[in-house]
Design a protein around this ligand. Sequence first.
Ligand code: CTP
Length: 426
Amino acid sequence: MRIVLGVGGGIAAYKVASLLRLFTEAGHDVTVIPTEAATRFVGVATWEALSGHPVSNSVFDEVHTVNHVRLGHEAELIVVAPATADLLARAAAGQANDLLSNTLLMAGSCPVLMAPAMHTEMWQHPATRANVETLRSRGVTVLEPASGRLTGSDSGPGRLPEPEAIFDAALALAGALALPETAAMPASEAELSAPPRPLAGLTVTISAGGTREPLDPVRFLGNRSSGKQGVALAAAARDAGAKVRLLAAHMDVPPPAGVDVVKVETALELRKAALHAAADSDVIIMAAAVADFRPADVSGTKIKKRDDLADPVISLVRNPDILRELVEVRDAASRKQLIVGFAAETGDADGDVLDYAAAKLRRKACDLLVVNHVGQDKVFGEDTNSVVILSRSGSEAQEASGSKSDVAAAVIDRVSAELSRVVPPA
Ligand code: CTP
């Protein structure tokens, strides 16, 4: 595969030499385009020696080959690492002031993956957030940076993901997009031994974690969801070839590499993100634990205890049922979309877990409902899970248990099976 590896001007540029090595050792043909600033961290000679190609960052070198047009046209995959705040801003604005930004503008339908690295403040700045959103809305995969020690004494989100994680995410992205075009070609031995990618070419949106409903600037109503099951689902959908968007409420675990992450805090934020994402999703999986209620009033200042006042009473109002709304919007638009709900249930004297789950499936009208039996120390935060998958179409209920990755793989298999049942392969 012809890969363009753009290198931004950050200290993490040195780690990209290992990424380049991974690509070339896997047999890919890599042209490196560092920015001017990147060459202050790692010199042109290093990139030339490791890639076996001449390296430049100027549109005025090799003008006779029309380099600034050719490289973007010929690339089958573009990876930018480290994607600095400046590089993200230039890409989002569509600037063409060096060879790398020209190449990004010429990329056409070629998949683009950007792996950011910068200080936490820069990553969290509204300007950078807006640039990342813009790039993601145009189909660029912007990885979440890793958390940990940064260049100075500070630490937090902003570290370049490890070269192996970028490598995996880049190849998954290229594979997902390349598969439909090559589907008609006879399968090579390598393709026959490659894992199946039943969701290639599809967009899957997954919500994960627990929403937090603010009471005042320091307190919130939350729940015990760790996000582990949603994260495992996102990784399984990515491995099945899908373009994955993770709507991440509060999670105890980091998102997997190679998925687009949209962070949300409250049920209302999740609703907005989910309805927005639904417009281009083939599959939606609502694995998040959404608060059914939120405080009716959010105090702008910390609620104080005062001896001269009665203890506060918190009144709650209902949050919208996002899953139900997604189904209604889909049906109103006659959209072809598979919607999966999760249900955390306990049995009681009036009915067992499956009775309640079947009633919930009818109420929510989603296509599949993945039912967890919740007990005192079951499910939340655990690494294992045991579920029953119910289908509205009446196809048989299915049990799955094991690690959360095993359960995720079973759910994604069932999603693929339902999709091929609804739309039989041509
Ligand atoms: N859900 C949602 N919006 C809500 C509450 C839940 O979209 N306001 C989704 C969850 O993401 C999950 C499914 O609905 O996929 C079921 O969640 P659960 O909490 O089990 O169901 P509830 O509708 O809250 O029903 P109850 O708490 O009454 O059992």
